[in-house]
Design a protein around this ligand. Structure first.
Ligand code: ATP
Length: 384
């Protein structure tokens, strides 16, 4: 009782002081109080807002990674309240730390925690979200960088295996902002279900694995992080199934590029720029999709094309109105092909011999896979 009355009198004194002391002195006392509090507090705090700056447009990558990371560690055991959500097109449930709740983590033997703050602006319904990382002050310099690196790597890894993948196809409006339409990618083919000889299966999975983990290698040797596959074999030999198995193995999106719908090289370039990293870009039946004689176009055809162009009052350039071999070579290997990372380009054909060697030389199509013969093992898998 006595303690209660003492607290009351202290609060009363504070109110009186607040009324009589000048504002400057109050704020000075407040800053001294905060400095003392900081000095004696054994923890450091780092705030990670959802957006960079005040525009509310530029999303903070680190915030996204923290969210993914907290999704990847089993937060349900350390956090008392989680927000669950599921998008219309995905079966996956994602967990977010509920507003103003904390989740605990450990790294190199130290305890750390993340608190998710959500504030609603008073004048609008906008929400301001951020995470606060709390870690031991004495070790903050040695812990912060490696821990954030760990969070980013785990977050990216989690996104890779859990994101809903999509199958894109070009819609004929490649010159505009979005030249691709997409549906969820749910092809069931995997390397386990494919009837392939075990050596070939191993070669392919090793190659794909090395590619997906090869960021540093590609950086070191100064090459764009992409890989080309040429799949050849008669109709029905499993080329499409192999592409689906590759996409499922790597957890990549698939861009199925229909060349007949692309009207010229610049549209092809625009489509390439619109593809995202970690994807497989497929051109099926490459020999049927394009005049692979490219620059060696016959005189007759060139004349026909020029006549057509002049009839329509167009430019007489020979590349007008079609995709050429050189356009395709630039697509796979030119400067623009480096505008994204971690991309696999796959060409399929029923007749490898009809393709211009420039298009499938090593460096463009790094791996050639023949699917024409069905060995004993593959046959057994099919029977099973
Ligand atoms: N190696 C294989 N293992 C398992 N299934 C296969 C294999 N090869 C073919 N198939 C089956 O045969 C059918 C045709 O295969 P797929 O469409 O992949 O062949 P394709 O070579 O792409 O044919 P096309 O050249 O006509 O497009 C599919 O139902 C697929 O499941």
């Amino acid at each position: 009782m006595e303690l209660l009355s003492q607290i009351w009198s202290f609060l009363g004194l504070l109110t009186v002081l607040q009324n009589i002391l000048p504002v400057q002195l109050l704020s000075f006392l407040h800053s001294i109080y905060e400095s003392l509090q900081d000095f004696f507090n054994p923890y450091s705090y780092f705030e990670i807002p959802e957006f960079n700056g005040y525009s509310g447009i530029d999303v903070n990558d680190l915030y996204l990674h923290v969210n993914l990371y907290l999704n990847s560690i089993n937060t349900s055991t350390t956090c008392r309240r989680l927000t669950l959500s599921r998008s219309k097109s995905s079966n996956r449930i994602s967990y977010t730390v509920a507003p103003n709740h904390t989740v605990h983590d450990s790294f190199k033997g130290y305890h750390l925690s993340w608190t998710h703050h959500v504030e609603t602006a008073q004048d609008s319904l906008d929400e301001k979200r951020s995470f606060t990382l709390k870690l031991p002050k004495r070790h903050r310099m040695t812990l912060l960088d490696p821990y954030l690196e760990h969070v980013t790597t785990r977050g990216e890894e989690f996104e890779r295996v859990s994101r809903e993948r999509r199958l894109f196809t070009n819609n004929g409006h490649g010159s505009f902002e979005s030249g691709w339409s997409s549906v969820p990618f749910r092809h069931p083919s995997t390397f386990d279900t494919l009837a392939l000889e075990p050596e070939l299966k191993k070669q392919l999975t090793d190659d794909l694995m090395a590619f997906s983990e090869g960021k540093e290698f590609y950086n070191k040797i100064g090459r764009a992080w992409k890989r080309g596959y040429l799949l050849h074999g008669p109709p029905g030999s499993g080329k499409s199934s192999l592409i689906a198995a590759m996409a499922n193995f790597l957890c990549y999106n698939v861009y199925d590029l229909e060349l007949s719908k692309v009207s010229h090289n610049s549209e092809l370039r625009a489509l390439l720029i619109q593809t995202t990293s970690r994807s497989i870009i497929v051109i099926e039946d490459i020999d049927c999709s394009i005049d692979l004689t490219g620059d060696r176009i016959t005189k007759n055809r060139r004349l026909q094309s020029m006549a057509k162009n002049s009839q329509h009052g167009g430019d007489n350039g020979e590349d007008n109105g079609r995709v050429t071999l050189s356009g395709l070579l630039n697509f796979t290997d030119g400067l623009w092909s480096c505008c994204g990372e971690e991309r696999v380009i796959v060409f399929t054909t029923n007749h490898r011999d009809t393709i211009d060697p420039a298009l499938i030389r090593c460096g463009r199509m790094d791996v050639h896979v023949g699917l024409d013969t069905c060995g004993m093992h593959a046959f057994k898998t099919l029977l099973n």
